[in-house]
Ligand binder design. Structure first.
Ligand code: FAD
Length: 492
């Protein structure tokens, strides 16, 4: 019997030899944490759709725990499984005497190859850019013989445009959205029932399922993205528009992380679009970098840094998350950026990379919230959140809790960055250029508060020393810091 976890749903997760299959829907997973309702819906819908597709070949067990489900389905029989995606699940499968664990699937580079690559860099900082070039070479992705296609590895300079002036939305075709079916209806009914009975509780709002739950839907989403939206992906990748949360993003993270799509097919489809003259190289490279670079890097670091990494807290941030944040109360803050982005998370369980990093993550970092609590919040509230992807993205990239093992400097900014890269500041109660007084932007004063609290550490980093010097030169520094301190955790 071969056991498929709920994030191993595509054809590339089937075992090489035909044989009986098992999936376990463990209720304890939903009981342990308060997930976003849309995420619980997506995962259950995807698992049940896969079970329906595999028909008699698959035994689908609904149990309290994985152990109980396994016991019921196979008793003492042998079981195989592909390497699961979290430390906890790996520990579980390794602790079961009759379970054989095979190599991971659904990523581009075997873990041993990454470990050898990283070990060869002992004493030097690991850099995503170096890793990405190594992957491009190894997988022959966007390469012309030994050189990067178009003569450049990196089109980031072309890909960091501010949103088009005066436009409320990017003028691009809408993304693929699935249509719900009777399996979704059954999932919704179950979630309602469990919630009513007090067995589970969720955050966020229920609404139509927005992300693919089947391989067929995922392929439709990929095709629509490559054919109609990839060309405009690059230039506005980092821009944010309040009325257009999706812009030209692919919305493929959920499907990739459920295992419905293989990363290689996504990047190959994008590369083909460029080779056939259907998409510009800058956009294609930007997309390939996200998947073959960032996604793959994050997966590899999760395993390479080991289980202790999640507890990193170099900056000693210990404040708990305030209730308005935990409850996704988007009406609580006055700051338009936080209101807008929290509302997107509340309503859909998704927002794109820059709101995650430079609004949500940056605010949490500036307020000094406990990075483990922030990681847990992101994990529960995002439809694409899984342990392997959240831990490096939040602990490392967003909260700098690893002291710089993953990134060279903390990702945080004053309001000026958000003003330049978004339209979120217009109509806001605060002014990005003001750091004191009633209209002081919480990101601007929060930025200086953060620099001040960690000035000793930041003065030793060549990428942040300039910010410390700027703080020292601020004529109203004491007033800024006093006001910032007084702000506390009230919603800004
Ligand atoms: P696009 O912008 O279209 O990018 C294409 C693909 O690249 C994504 O689908 C995703 O698979 C991949 N990708 C790009 N960057 C990353 C990255 N840093 N890590 C992993 N994959 C990446 N991504 C998740 O898949 N799950 C998460 O739980 C998650 N949490 C995040 C938390 C924080 C604080 C931050 C800063 C980023 C997080 N990301 C996460 C990365 C990224 O924000 C999302 O992958 C992306 O916004 C998903 O939308 P999309 O599919 O439209 O992505």
């Amino acid at each position: 019997m071969h056991w498929l976890f709920g994030d191993q749903l595509g054809p590339h997760f089937l075992p090489d030899r035909a044989g009986p299959l098992l999936m376990i829907e463990a209720r304890s997973v939903l009981r342990r944490r308060r997930f976003h309702r849309a995420k619980a819906h997506l995962v259950l819908s995807a698992m049940r759709h896969r079970a329906a597709e595999l028909g008699d070949r698959l035994t689908y067990v609904k149990a309290e725990t994985y152990r109980e489900g396994l016991e019921r389905a196979v008793g003492t029989g042998p079981v195989t499984v592909h390497h699961p995606t979290s430390h906890a699940a790996l520990r579980l499968v390794r602790s079961l005497p009759r379970v054989t664990v095979g190599p991971a699937r659904g990523f581009l580079v075997p873990q041993e190859d990454f470990a050898a690559w990283a070990d060869a860099r002992t004493g030097r900082q690991l850099r995503q850019e170096d890793f990405y070039r190594w992957v491009r070479h190894g997988a022959d992705l966007l390469m012309d013989a030994d050189a990067p296609a178009g003569g450049r590895w990196n089109f980031d300079q072309d890909n960091r445009l501010a949103p088009p002036r005066g436009a409320a939305t990017l003028d691009v075709p809408a993304p693929y959205r699935p249509r719900e079916d009777e399996i979704d209806e059954e999932v919704r009914h179950d979630l309602d029932r469990w919630e009513k009975a007090g067995e589970v509780s969720f955050v966020g709002r229920d609404g139509p399922r927005l992300f693919p739950a089947t391989r067929a839907e995922a392929l439709r989403a990929l095709t629509r993205f490559v054919d109609l939206r990839l060309s405009t992906f690059g230039p506005y990748e980092d821009a944010v528009l309040a009325a257009d949360p999706v812009m030209s993003h692919s919305l493929l993270s959920g499907a990739l992380n459920l295992g419905l799509l293989d990363p290689l097919e996504c990047v190959e489809r994008a590369e083909n679009a460029w080779r056939e003259g259907r998409a510009p190289l800058g956009s294609v490279e930007g997309f390939v970098r996200q998947i073959a670079g960032w996604r793959e890097y994050v997966w590899q670091l999760y395993w390479y840094f080991g289980e202790e990494y999640r507890h990193s807290n170099t900056l000693n941030h210990t404040a708990p998350l305030p209730d308005w944040w935990s409850e996704l109360d988007a009406d609580a803050p006055q700051a338009r950026c936080l209101r807008t982005v929290l509302a997107q998370v509340r309503d859909t369980g998704w927002t794109h990379h820059i709101p995650r990093l430079m609004v949500l993550g940056s605010h949490a970092l500036q307020r000094g919230w406990d990075p483990a609590a922030v990681t847990d919040w992101f994990h529960r509230c995002f439809v694409d959140g899984y342990d392997w992807v959240m831990v490096p993205n939040v602990v490392g990239m967003s909260q700098y809790a690893d002291g710089g093992r993953m990134t060279t400097k903390p990702y945080t900014s004053g309001g000026a960055y958000l003003h330049r890269m978004s339209d979120l500041c217009s109509g806001c109660a605060y002014r990005p250029s003001e750091r004191t007084g009633d209209r002081a932007c919480p990101f601007t004063s929060g930025y200086w508060g953060f620099i001040d609290r960690h000035r000793v550490r930041l003065a030793h980093n060549h990428r942040t020393v300039q910010a410390v010097r700027q703080l020292e030169r601020l004529a109203d520094r004491d007033l800024v810091l006093r006001q910032e301190h007084a702000r506390g955790d009230a919603p800004p």
